[in-house]
Design a protein around this ligand. Structure first.
Ligand code: ITT
Length: 193
């Protein structure tokens, strides 16, 4: 029941642990600091598989990965798989968020729809089994940043049914509703069947 989680994003690790602990009792998720593969897939699913396969090959253990991002309707689904490096540099999240706000500055309220997506790949070396589960979280893009919780685009994402951004929500509340929690729910269903 031990899985390697192939991510270098500490926020994802924290959310995985918070969500999975409640969902799949007894599951043990350990970190992975092996080489980072080049994510040159053309879809979230491909990139998730690239990361999980690399961790499985490196460790020989059942491996999980999370490829996620924000897809904005009026931008044809972008930033999408480029979410982590939308402004060119993966380390500069503030620049990514600001660029998105700038691109949306003339977009009216009714056209600001978006969703977060999370694709989780599972690779089990022993059985050569591979699959991908998906979770989406619909909402809209705010006009300015609000809140300090979460990470990434949370300060500009207003989840459907709310009037505040995901970065204002309590982390426990985000973890009940988010794309990551929906994908992990699908994973739990799959693992228990
Ligand atoms: P790993 O590849 O090491 O897992 P990464 O951060 O580079 O980490 P991705 O390529 O999947 O991962 O990029 C995901 C980006 O999408 C992330 O950096 C955020 O900008 C955004 N994102 C994903 N989930 C998010 C969430 O729950 N809240 C806010 N932004 C999120």
């Amino acid at each position: 029941n031990t899985f390697v989680l192939a991510t270098h994003n500490q926020h994802k690790i924290e959310e995985f642990n918070a969500i999975l602990g409640e969902l799949v009792p007894g599951i043990n998720v350990i970190g992975y600091d092996g080489p980072e593969p080049i994510e040159d897939g053309v879809s979230f699913a491909e990139n998730a598989l690239i990361k999980a396969r690399a961790a499985a090959a490196h460790t020989g253990l059942p491996s999980l990965s999370d490829d996620s991002g924000i897809c904005v309707d009026v931008l044809g689904g972008m930033p999408g798989i480029f979410s982590a490096r939308w402004a060119g540099n993966a380390k500069d999240n503030a620049a990514n968020v600001q660029l998105l706000l700038d691109q949306m500055s003339d977009v009216r309220d009714s056209d600001r729809g978006a969703h977060f997506t999370c694709h989780i790949a599972v690779v089990i070396p022993e059985t050569q089994e591979e699959f991908v589960v998906v979770g989406n979280w619909p909402g809209t893009i705010a006009r300015e940043v609000h809140g300090v919780n979460g990470f990434g685009y949370d300060p500009v994402f207003i989840p459907e049914g709310f009037e505040v951004t995901a970065a204002i929500l309590d982390p426990a509340e985000k973890n009940k509703l988010s794309h990551r929690s929906r994908a992990l729910q699908a994973l739990a269903d799959r693992l228990s069947s």
